[in-house]
Design a protein around this ligand. Structure first.
Ligand SMILES: [Zn+2]
Length: 140
């Protein structure tokens, strides 16, 4: 995947993700961002929540079967899995485990950091050429 500088995501999708993250602070929520990539910009067309198979507050795991099925499904309509989202019970900085997986899967990683009942921070990242960098989030 090319270097991504910006992620464009509909406001209502972001709100839905935040809502779920705030609802389950003890288990990381996770899911897939689906859309297209154009000139270093990722455009999110749809989102898909997936169960956290790890059922953990410090890590998440997406069923590879869901990943594969989703990939096959979106490929037919000319789209791709262009990102992964998950939540943290802390700041939205990628964890050491995240960074390992980000290297294997260099799509955009959107992280929702749940800091309190109604308090959160959102950040997006990508692993590119040996390191992680911040991706600008643009709501539409
Ligand atoms: Zn994480």
């Amino acid at each position: 995947m090319q270097k991504i500088e910006k992620i464009i995501i509909p406001k209502n999708y972001l709100e839905k993700i935040v809502e779920e993250a705030l609802k389950t602070p003890n288990i990381e929520i996770c899911g897939l961002l689906i859309g297209v990539v154009k000139n270093k910009v990722v455009i999110v067309k749809r989102i898909k929540f997936t169960p956290n198979m790890a059922k953990s507050s410090i890590r998440f795991s997406i069923d590879p079967k869901i990943l594969y099925e989703t990939y096959m499904e979106v490929e037919k309509i000319g789209e791709d899995i262009i990102g992964i989202f998950h939540s943290h019970p802390a700041s939205p900085q990628p964890s050491a485990i995240d960074i390992e997986y980000m290297e294997i899967n260099p799509v955009v990683w959107l992280i929702i950091g749940v800091l309190g009942e109604e308090n959160y921070e959102i950040a997006a990242w990508q692993f590119f050429e040996g390191k992680i960098h911040n991706v600008e989030i643009v709501e539409t």
